[in-house]
Ligand binder design. Structure first.
Ligand code: GLY
Ligand code: MN
Ligand code: MN
Length: 492
């Protein structure tokens, strides 16, 4: 259904003639009688006196921090729009992280605007949410437009949204005029809403907009109490998803990695909003491909399954967890040797996560253990551990960094500056992954044949606390013998 049928402004909507004809419709024209009939006979379902969502107190604090950083400037943060998948079907919508972080809302086409307000000591911003309101029944958009509520479901009214989110809401169709009239400095978060950016082309610069994006990325480095609880929820649901997979490994053997992907996805959709990233369901040699998301390979007893998957909660916080499991329930001696090395490296990495430590420390600690093992196994000739570390030769088999920030984005805070992230110091509230791995490609002639095609990663989500750290994903076993016992228990 064409969007051209939607009136552009609330005034046009109020004055519009009933829409009588679908532009490319499969159905014949709509009679005046039907158009008239559809206008009325609907109950008033407006809700009153709604309590704010639990997150509202946190989103208010986040907006206050943003306001303090950019006094006197108009700040525009879009949620983003639907993206076409094909013809008239769209991808599932996921609101921009910046918008959801500052509002707690997750509706498409919405925009948060912070307008400078007050002066002197009282200078700050007034927040307004621009949202698509409930559908107009008078002009037919309710049932004739593709975004009409008859098709997509009831939306909150502007008043309801204002109460729930603690932010006054206006019709998003008023936004173009509001932006056109705006004077003074403006910044927008780019990459989410081309229409909003287009309306601001003459008022913004790339450098200034980047400063806004960087600020919102760095603001998320330290999680508040609500966010920590969400990450715990994500990890707990993820643990249940891993259990689901272990229970159906025999069925996966009869089909493919897809069975594992689908099994985990069911848990993600039942307990959360979605998966937080494409599940990596990598059996056998596929485990050596870091982003194996095709998930169309065979699942064979005797091989390992590397499962890297995370549930994203309804509030859009994701876990990022990896376990490497023996498909038949028992590690072979060589699988176990490699697994234990990665486990030891992860233990060293997790121990290095504490307040006051450098972000780089846990990577260095884990890499050193892996290098010690590779040297001990004779894979690096006569080179010493120090020499290998100096030359970085282990990276042929360790491939990636040992972890990253975690939050609403799986690779969270990605726009943070080097000095505040990679070269930064850990503090309580930071949440990161510790995920060392060893990967011997199937065609790697530099390792003994029996190593080839084995990949192992263990990944946990670690919160920095006042006195050390807490493993949010510790409901899943990590030690090899605990993995085997856990799998045996689940398969019954
Ligand atoms: N699942 C992506 C990662 O571990 O970083
Ligand atoms: Mn992962
Ligand atoms: Mn990760």
């Amino acid at each position: 259904m064409s969007e051209e049928l939607i009136p552009e402004t609330p005034e046009e909507a109020a004055e519009a003639e009933p829409i009588k004809q679908r532009k490319n419709g499969l159905y014949p024209g709509i009679s005046d009688e039907l158009a008239e009939n559809m206008k009325s006979g609907w109950a008033d379902t407006e809700l009153h006196g709604l309590e704010p969502i639990p997150q509202a107190v946190h989103t208010a604090a986040r907006r206050a921090a943003l306001s303090a950083r950019f006094p006197g400037e108009r700040l525009v943060i879009p949620a983003g729009n639907l993206k076409t998948r094909s013809n008239d079907t769209e991808y599932a919508f996921r609101a921009s992280t910046e918008y959801a972080y500052l509002t707690g809302d997750r509706t498409q086409d919405s925009v948060l605007v912070l307008e400078p307000a007050g002066s002197g000591d009282r200078a700050g911003h007034e927040a307004t949410l621009y949202l698509l309101p409930r559908s107009n029944r008078e002009n037919g958009e309710f049932w004739l437009d593709g975004q009409g509520e008859l098709w997509v479901g009831r939306r909150n009214s502007l008043a309801e949204a204002g109460q729930l989110l603690g932010i006054p809401a206006k019709d998003v169709r008023e936004l173009p005029a509001a932006l056109a009239e705006a004077t003074g400095p403006v910044r927008v978060v780019r990459g989410h809403d081309a229409g909003v950016e287009g309306a601001l082309t003459d008022k913004v610069t790339a450098e200034r907009d980047e400063e806004l994006r960087v600020f919102l990325s760095e603001a998320r480095l330290v999680k508040d109490a609500f966010e920590v609880a969400e990450l715990q929820k994500a990890c707990d649901a993820t643990a249940r998803g891993f259990e689901d997979v272990v229970r159906v490994l025999d069925k996966a053997e009869a089909t493919s990695e897809r069975y594992i992907e689908g099994t985990f996805f069911l848990r993600a959709r039942v307990e959360g909003n979605d998966i937080g990233y494409g599940s990596i369901c990598a059996a056998g040699p596929h485990a050596t491909t870091l982003h194996w998301v095709r998930n169309d390979g065979a699942v064979r007893p005797g091989e390992l399954l590397l499962l890297d998957a995370g549930v994203e909660t309804d509030e859009l916080y994701t876990a990022d967890v990896t376990r490497t499991l023996p498909i038949n329930g028992t590690f072979s001696p060589l699988q176990r040797k490699i697994y234990d090395a990665v486990y030891e490296a992860q233990e060293a990495g997790i121990a290095a996560v504490k307040p006051g430590a450098a972000f780089r420390d846990f990577h260095d600690a884990a890499q050193r253990v892996l290098v010690e093992k590779l040297v001990e196994w004779g894979l690096l000739g006569d080179l010493s551990v120090e020499k290998v570390l100096e030359l970085g030769l282990q990276r042929r088999w360790t491939l990636h960094g040992t972890g990253h920030m975690l939050g609403m984005d799986v690779h969270d805070c990605a726009a943070a500056r080097t000095e505040s992230y990679v070269n930064g110091i850990l503090e309580p509230g930071v949440c990161l992954t510790v995920e060392p791995g060893l990967y011997f490609q199937a065609d790697d002639l530099t390792v003994p044949e029996e190593y080839r095609g084995i990949g192992v990663r263990i990944e946990d989500d670690i919160l920095v606390t006042e006195d050390g750290n807490r493993n949010l994903s510790d409901k899943l076993p990590r030690r090899a013998e605990d993995i085997e016992a856990w799998m045996a228990g689940l398969k019954g």
